[in-house]
Ligand binder design. Structure first.
Ligand SMILES: [Zn+2]
Length: 80
């Protein structure tokens, strides 16, 4: 499985800097902060964008306070 550190990259759709969004204790989803873009939720399989998070990375993500709700509204979250 690809780790988070190997995957700091830009959105293939809109070239925005992707952000790591924690989806559970040890997994993050790399998502595009551009609300017009919605990468990777425009992909057929989001599974490919889920990465194992080490404890070190976990604390970094938590400190950045990036959550799904920062990026998507409730209406969008319902569809995920
Ligand atoms: Zn994008």
């Amino acid at each position: 499985m690809t780790t988070l550190a190997e995957n700091t990259t830009k959105c293939p759709n809109c070239k925005s800097d992707l952000v790591n969004c924690l989806i559970n204790q040890n997994q993050s989803l790399v998502i595009c902060p551009n609300q017009q873009c919605l990468y990777p939720f425009d992909q057929n399989r989001v599974d490919n964008e889920i990465f194992y998070v080490t404890n070190e990375e976990l604390s970094k993500i938590v400190s950045e306070k990036v959550t799904m709700k920062d990026i998507f509204n409730d209406e969008q979250l319902k569809d995920l």
